[in-house]
Design a protein around this ligand. Structure first.
Ligand code: PGA
Length: 259
């Protein structure tokens, strides 16, 4: 048994304006029990426009839910129209930031080098970085999934030095499983998590690698959460679609209780 704290992250993507976000988080909090948040971390990543409202709500209601952002800029400030920096996020009590999500890689042409810069910025700004990697369908079908994922991982961690407080998180999200209803088999998810941890150990030493939490993402639902959370090297999940339903996300968070 590892002593890594499980981490359940909801990625709301470009859904919910700030008023809808308040409602969604209130509903979620209503469904969560203390037991759900005592031994695992629960994080929601709303659009930037909802961060301030949710910060206020979390504080005033003392919710055991942390905030994450879906992206950040690698620089602290500057003439970067439309971007948001790590210090700005930190001021809103954002604790986590997702970097290198496959949708950013695809629609914004982000490459591994940029993802690594963002991850470095997050860690130096005292945020925890959730670095996403994952192979496309072709790579999976041609048996190159591991090779592709590990190459992405190495590139996306260039110059990234985790400290001791579990500030680095890797999310393995096979692109073909995102929003498709198809999930990696538990065996594939576990095998990839082991490959990732082995690569992390080569890079940072096995002790540090054992601290890094590895999440699975891609069509996580109440129906498949248990089989994923029992995997030895999968320490949590990154949930897209199902995190937009307070009831479904609460079932995912409460996977240890009866469903
Ligand atoms: P999904 O998205 O759960 O809707 O497949 C996962 C993600 O993109 O993080």
């Amino acid at each position: 048994m590892s002593d890594r704290t499980s981490l359940i992250v909801g990625n709301w993507k470009m859904h919910r304006d700030h008023l809808e976000a308040i409602q969604l988080l209130q509903r979620l909090a209503y469904h969560l029990s203390e037991e759900d948040t005592d031994e695992q971390e629960v994080v929601v990543c709303p659009p930037f426009t909802a961060l301030r409202s949710l910060q206020t709500l979390i504080q005033s209601d003392r919710m055991a839910v942390a905030l994450g952002a879906q992206d950040c800029h690698p620089e602290i400030e500057g003439a970067y129209t439309g971007d948001v920096s790590v210090p700005m996020l930190a001021r809103l009590d954002v604790r986590y930031v997702v970097v290198g999500h496959s949708e950013r890689r695809l629609f914004h042409e982000e490459d591994d080098a940029l993802v690594a810069r963002k991850a470095r910025a997050a860690l130096s700004g005292e945020l925890r970085a959730i670095v996403c990697v994952g192979e496309g369908e072709q790579a999976r079908e041609s048996g190159r999934a591991e090779e592709v994922v590990l190459a992405q991982l190495r590139g996306s961690l260039d110059g990234v030095e985790p400290r001791e407080d579990a500030d680095l998180v890797i999310a393995y999200e096979p692109v073909w499983a995102i929003g498709t209803g198809r999930t990696a088999t538990p065996t594939d998810a576990q095998d990839m998590a082991v490959a990732i941890r082995t690569a992390l150990a080569e890079r940072y030493g096995s002790e540090r690698a054992a601290d890094v939490r590895i999440l699975y993402g891609g069509s996580v639902k109440p129906a498949n959460i248990r089989s994923l959370m029992t995997l030895a090297d999968v320490d949590g999940v990154l949930v897209g679609g199902a995190s937009l339903s307070a009831e479904d996300f609460a079932l995912i968070v409460g996977h240890r209780r009866a469903i």
